[in-house]
Design a protein around this ligand. Structure first.
Ligand SMILES: Cc1cc2ncn([C@H]3O[C@H](COP(=O)(O)O)[C@@H](O)[C@H]3O)c2cc1C
Ligand SMILES: O=C(O)c1cccnc1
Length: 367
């Protein structure tokens, strides 16, 4: 761990518990039976404690999509070729990708960060060039990243979170685009959760069952390689174990997401997690930075089968289950209207006292 990334181990900021209590007191006065708005109530209270505001708001949303290729695709672990990563970033920049459409519909800011694609990308005004290398190395055969590359990717994520904060974002969504990244994410999750490949490897973009079996074997081989490498590394090498797992088995995009989530948690910016890949990055963030989980909200349950286990490890219950399995931040973006409605209900509903004052039918507060 280099000096430049010591920040990843700094604890997260504390939630504003007093504001959480103030918001709960307000919620108890709203003109509805206690608890009747279900988990929308919980969302509003969490956001109040995160934002330090009795009436939270998520109108200003920043979506940051990190793009990177994954050398492990040479093992035949994806239904699509790596050239799609670059093409999809261009599609995002042109407004044609799912996340572009969602960002426009939500009036959210979107930032595209290229951490390194296998196919060179022409400069584009809507794409921030933060190339580390033309993709990570093949994690089945050796470390996916050098420690320096991993630190660079973490720092890129942090920089993106700080830009979001400077721009006044009230909610951060991290997305990713990188063919092969469900393999890297599954490998990282297996190592962190001490699970076999079969527990976390799934079809990704659409492998058939033979393809999934092959992908499991590739991940199992990578885990075995990683285990041997970890045993050979002296324990006082100075790197926290999750960072070593990330460098060995992750991808630039997963590392950048983890760095962004850590920075958001340290700087009090609520994070709305996306699907499988985003949640694996969140797991890395939580392992690196004590307390980071407090700053995370869970948007949706991905159809990628490994997501359930990662969610369980994070203690998260997603708001939606739409059988989405896209990534890009799309599931998180889809849940933004729910968060906005939770905030509007919490902030704008009348209290029992107000409803009485307004001369409407008198309402009795709960006994
Ligand atoms: C056209 C297209 C658009 C995408 N947008 C997100 N992904 C998603 O699928 C990829 C991961 O799946 P795997 O590990 O199976 O390659 C990532 O790029 C992820 O963001 C896409 C995939 C494709 C093909
Ligand atoms: O849930 C995800 O993040 C996901 C699932 C499949 C493919 N890409 C992303």
């Amino acid at each position: 761990m280099t000096a430049s990334t010591h920040w990843v181990c700094t604890p997260a900021a504390e939630l504003d518990a007093a504001m959480g209590r103030a918001a709960a007191a307000r919620q108890a006065q709203l003109t509805k039976p206690p608890g009747a708005l279900g988990r929308l109530e919980e969302v509003a209270l969490r956001l109040a404690a995160m934002q330090g505001r009795e009436r939270p708001s998520v109108e200003r949303v920043r979506i940051c999509v990190f793009a990177a290729d994954n050398g492990v695709v040479e093992e035949g672990v994806s239904a699509f070729p790596p050239s799609v990563t670059m093409q999809m970033v261009m599609n995002m920049a042109a407004g044609g990708a799912a996340i572009s459409v969602l960002a426009l519909a939500l009036e959210a800011d979107i930032e595209l960060v290229n951490l390194g694609t296998a196919t060179p990308m022409s400069p584009h005004p809507a794409v921030r060039d933060a190339t580390i290398a033309p993709g990570s190395a093949n994690l089945a055969r050796g470390p996916a990243m050098t420690d320096a590359q991993c630190d660079q990717a973490l720092a890129q994520g942090r920089a993106a979170a700080l830009r979001a904060i400077d721009a006044g974002a009230e909610l951060f969504i991290g997305g990713e685009m990188g063919i092969g990244n469900t393999t890297a994410s599954a490998a990282v999750a297996c190592a962190l959760l001490e699970q076999p490949a079969a527990a976390l490897v799934g079809p990704g973009t659409g492998l058939d069952s033979a393809g999934v079996k092959h992908k499991q074997r590739v991940v199992a081989r990578a885990l075995e390689r990683h285990r041997r490498a970890a045993q050979a590394t002296p324990p006082d090498a100075g790197r926290p174990a999750p960072a070593a797992v990330l460098a060995s088995l992750g991808g630039f995009d997963v590392a950048a997401l983890a760095g962004a989530y850590v920075a958001c948690a340290q700087r009090r910016l609520p994070v709305l997690l996306d699907g499988f890949i985003s949640s694996v990055a969140a797991l890395v963030a939580v392992r690196l930075c004590p307390g980071a989980a407090d700053w995370m909200l869970f948007s949706h349950a991905s159809a990628e089968p490994g997501h359930a286990l990662v969610l369980q490890a994070l203690g998260g219950v997603p708001l939606l289950d739409l059988e989405m399995r896209l990534g890009e931040g799309s599931g998180a973006a889809t849940a933004v209207p729910l968060l906005r409605l939770a905030c509007r209900l919490h902030g704008d509903m009348a209290t029992f006292a107000e409803a009485g004052v307004k001369g409407q039918a008198p309402l009795s507060a709960p006994q």
